[in-house]
Design a protein around this ligand. Structure first.
Ligand code: ATP
Length: 294
């Protein structure tokens, strides 16, 4: 079911067009990864969704409530990339401050402290927290209102591997409780662990990682046969471009895989399986920008 609707969002800084009429829908339970080079417009998009930035035109709604209505912010939370915590205050002070704005009681605070697992340090001043502990506090703050979606801008910046794993687990846990996410990050490996829905932004335009783009990628097809030695001997006669690795022949997807199969069958090679070797996100990312440059 559609949760967040972004319609024709257009944003300029001076004469520079930053967001070019961006539209998309996020469904309940989605985790969307937003990637793109520096200055592509990722933060501006998140900030415009939240009406922190004034836009030229377009509309944003969550559960049919406009971002011009304060109720919008009960359902949408934001974790910005810059640390906006107060070093002298404790984690609890922060939670009490936000709870007060939304007129939430102590029990709501206790609930998120338990849920995020920050009870051992919530009464300490934030200046004593590690990056990971600060990120946990920011998430605790973001879920106080029980939002339906959390927008995160570069949440993994500065985290060590342990804190990164903890944050990923926390995102998965909240996702299992039906919270949706839009996560902007440069860390493609982390993103690929969390979601298959990865969107690219470049020059203020949004590109969903669509199948057509993937089909154009010259990924390879792997053909398994029973005996590598025979294969190697056989393939000395094969005119089609290929590489051999043990008992597999790796072809180039630009060539028709049928031709390889035909040739192998004709030479009585027993085929065990034929699998596309799907490029990883980093390869698709590189390919994507190469395609766009043309
Ligand atoms: N307050 C501002 N005034 C003028 N230009 C701005 C402002 N904020 C951002 N920009 C410009 O808007 C463009 C998009 O910036 P934005 O921060 O949204 O990119 P980004 O994709 O989040 O980049 P990064 O990955 O480096 O965080 C950049 O060209 C940036 O210089």
């Amino acid at each position: 079911m559609s949760l967040l609707q972004v319609n024709q969002l257009r944003k300029k800084y001076g004469n520079l067009l930053i967001l070019q009429d961006i539209s998309f829908d996020i469904n309940e339970g989605d985790i969307v990864g937003l990637v793109g080079p520096n200055g592509a417009g990722k933060s501006t998009l998140l900030r415009s969704i939240l009406a922190i930035e004034e836009v030229e035109s377009g509309s944003v709604k969550v559960k049919n409530i406009s971002n011009q209505n304060s109720d919008f912010y009960k359902f949408v939370s934001f974790i910005p990339s810059d640390n906006y915590l107060y070093m002298q205050l404790t984690g609890y002070d922060h939670l009490a401050f936000v709870a007060n704005i939304y007129q939430l009681g102590k029990s709501a605070i206790e609930e998120v402290i338990d849920q995020i697992g920050i009870s051992t340090y919530v009464d300490e001043p934030v200046k004593s927290y590690s990056y990971g502990m600060r990120q946990h506090l920011l998430i605790a703050l973001s879920i106080l209102t029980k939002p339906s979606i959390i927008l995160m801008d570069e949440p993994f910046n500065g985290l060590d591997p342990t804190s990164t794993i903890e944050l990923k687990e926390l995102i998965r846990k909240l996702h299992a409780q039906r919270i949706s996410f839009i996560i902007s990050t440069h860390n493609l490996d982390i993103l690929e662990d969390l979601t298959k829905t990865i969107w690219f932004i470049r020059d203020g335009m949004l590109f969903k990682d669509d199948i057509k783009l993937e089909m154009k990628h010259p990924y390879q097809i792997e053909v398994k046969v029973t005996d590598g030695t025979i294969l190697e001997n056989l393939l000395t006669d094969c005119q089609l471009p290929h590489q051999i690795s043990e008992n597999r022949v790796i072809t180039d997807h630009n060539y028709d895989v049928g031709k390889y199969l035909e040739w192998l069958l004709m030479n009585k090679v027993q085929i065990q399986s034929v699998n596309p070797i799907k490029p990883n996100l980093e390869e698709r990312y590189k390919h994507f920008y190469e395609v766009l440059k043309k």
